[in-house]
Design a protein around this ligand. Structure first.
Ligand SMILES: C[S@@+](CC[C@H](N)C(=O)[O-])C[C@H]1O[C@@H](n2cnc3c(N)ncnc32)[C@H](O)[C@@H]1O
Length: 392
C-alpha cells in the first residue's frame, strides 16, 4: 500500500515500532511516512490500523502484534484496547513509569533544551482502584448500557463485567439507581460516594492539605486520592513560602494551592475560569481573594490598567500555575514573568505544553530549578509534573 493511498481504517502490515512518544504513542516510519501508534512497544512488529491522517503524519493502533516485545503483558481489562482510558495496560506499572520518564525527558530536551534526569515517582495506590471521579456515557445499542468513550471518538465502549479497574470500588460500575440521562458522574469524596447528572449543583466535601474543601461533584478535583496532598507538598517544598509574602494561584479551581499558601501565612489572590469553582474557593479559603475569568485576560487587564485600576497585584513574590492540558501559553507566561516573582511553581498534566511554556519562560529570564514527576494516573500515559522556576 503506498503512503498516498492510506485511508482511515486501512491495516498496515509489518510496521516496525520505534521509541515511545508523547500522548501514549510510539513512533514508526512506514512506507516513507511517520505514524504514531497506540498500544505498541519499541522493537515490536505490528499490524496497525490507520485511525487518523494529518498532513505530515498519521495515527494508528496496533491491532495485531506479530513480534511482541518481552515487556508486553496481557492487559487485565478486556476493553483496554478500545476504551480511551487505559492505554498503558499492556506493560507492567514500573515499566509504565519508565516510559513516562522517557517522554518527560524527551519533551523537555526537544522543546525546552533542558536536560532532566529525574524519575517518575510512584504514588499509592499505584496500580488499580485510584480514580475518584468517573464520567460514564450511555450507549443505546444494541441494548442500553453504560460505558466509557473510545479514544478520540464519541463512541461508547460498554463497561465489561468486572467494571472499570482503575476506578475506586464504589465507582467501578454505575448503580441501578444512578440518575437517568446520557451521562452520569460518580464522585468518591471524604463525604462519601455520589452519582449526579452533569450540571447537578450537588457539593461534596474533600479533605487535603490539612483542610476541608467543598467541591461540586461534577467539578474539578484532583482525581487520584493522594494527588492533592502530593502536589501541595511538592509546591510548598519548592516555593518555601514565608509569612507575609504575596502570591497568585492561577487556574486555582476550588482554591487548593491558595489554601495551602494562605495557611503558610501568604497573602493569596486566585484566578479561575469556572464561576462556581471561584465561589467555592472563596468559601474554602476566606483569607484569600479570588477572581473569576480567563487567566490571560485578567492578568493582561490588570497590568494594562496600571496600579490604580488594577485588580491583581502588579508585583508578587510567588506564583502557582496549574493550567489545563493546553498549558498556560506564551501570553500568560509573559505576564507571570512581568510580575517578577522570586519563584514559580508550574503544575503540569501535559509534558509537551509544560516544555513549550518553559521555553517561553526562559526567554523572559525564568529558568527551571527543579522538576518532579508523579505517576498520578497509573495504567494510562498521563503523568503530572511540578516544575519550579526562578529568575536568573
Ligand atoms: C488542572 S485544573 C487545576 C485546579 C486546581 N489548581 C486544583 O488543583 O484543584 C485547571 C483549572 O483551570 C481552569 N481553567 C481552564 N482554563 C482556564 C482559563 N483560560 N482561565 C482560567 N481558568 C481556567 C479550569 O476550570 C480548572 O479549574
Amino acid at each position: 500500500m503506498s503512503e498516498a493511498s492510506w485511508q482511515v481504517g486501512d491495516i498496515l502490515r509489518g510496521v516496525a515500532i520505534g521509541p515511545v512518544a508523547h500522548g501514549g504513542h510510539w513512533v514508526a516510519r512506514h512506507e516513507g511516512r511517520v505514524i504514531f501508534v497506540r498500544h505498541a512497544l519499541e522493537g515490536e512488529t505490528a499490524d496497525v490500523r490507520v485511525t487518523g491522517l494529518a498532513k505530515r503524519h498519521a495515527f494508528g493502533d496496533a491491532v495485531s502484534v506479530t513480534e511482541p516485545s518481552p515487556e508486553r503483558i496481557s492487559p487485565p481489562c478486556v476493553v483496554s484496547a478500545d476504551c480511551g482510558g487505559c492505554d498503558f495496560q499492556h506493560v507492567r506499572v514500573p515499566q509504565q513509569r519508565e516510559l513516562k520518564r522517557q517522554v518527560v525527558a524527551e519533551q523537555l530536551r526537544r522543546l525546552a533544551g533542558v536536560a532532566w534526569d529525574g524519575e517518575v515517582e510512584a504514588v499509592q495506590p499505584d496500580e488499580w482502584g485510584w480514580r475518584t471521579r468517573m464520567r460514564y456515557h450511555r450507549a443505546d445499542t444494541p441494548s442500553p448500557t453504560w460505558g466509557l468513550r473510545r479514544s478520540r471518538s464519541h463512541d461508547v465502549v460498554a463497561l465489561p463485567d468486572d467494571g472499570c479497574l482503575i476506578a475506586v470500588g464504589p465507582l467501578a460500575r454505575v448503580p441501578a439507581d444512578a440518575p437517568e440521562g446520557a451521562e452520569v458522574v460518580g464522585a468518591v469524596a471524604t463525604s462519601g460516594a455520589v452519582w449526579v447528572a452533569p450540571g447537578d449543583p450537588r457539593v461534596v466535601e474533600e479533605s487535603a492539605a490539612g483542610r476541608r474543601w467543598d467541591v461540586r461533584a461534577d467539578g474539578f478535583w484532583q482525581v487520584h486520592p493522594q494527588a492533592a496532598d502530593t502536589l501541595v507538598a511538592a509546591v510548598l517544598e519548592g516555593l518555601a513560602p514565608r509569612p507575609g509574602e504575596s502570591a497568585l494561584d492561577l487556574y486555582c479551581g476550588v482554591g487548593l494551592f491558595a489554601g495551602a499558601l494562605a495557611d503558610a501565612g501568604v497573602i493569596v489572590t486566585g484566578v479561575e475560569g469556572a464561576r462556581t469553582a471561584v465561589e467555592q474557593a472563596a468559601g474554602n479559603v476566606p483569607q484569600a481573594r479570588f477572581h473569576a475569568g480567563d487567566v490571560a485576560r485578567i492578568l493582561g487587564r490588570s497590568r494594562a490598567h496600571g496600579r490604580r485600576g488594577s485588580t491583581l497585584p502588579s508585583r508578587v513574590d510567588l506564583i502557582v500555575a496549574d493550567p489545563p492540558r493546553t498549558g498556560a501559553g506564551a501570553a500568560v507566561i509573559e505576564q507571570i514573568a512581568a510580575r517578577r516573582p522570586r519563584a514559580v511553581a508550574y503544575v503540569a498534566c501535559d509534558p509537551a505544553a509544560l516544555a513549550r511554556d518553559l521555553a517561553t519562560a526562559a526567554s523572559h529570564g525564568y529558568r527551571l530549578t527543579s522538576l518532579r514527576a508523579f505517576d498520578l494516573f497509573p495504567q494510562t500515559h498521563h503523568v503530572e509534573c511540578v516544575a519550579l522556576l526562578a529568575a536568573e
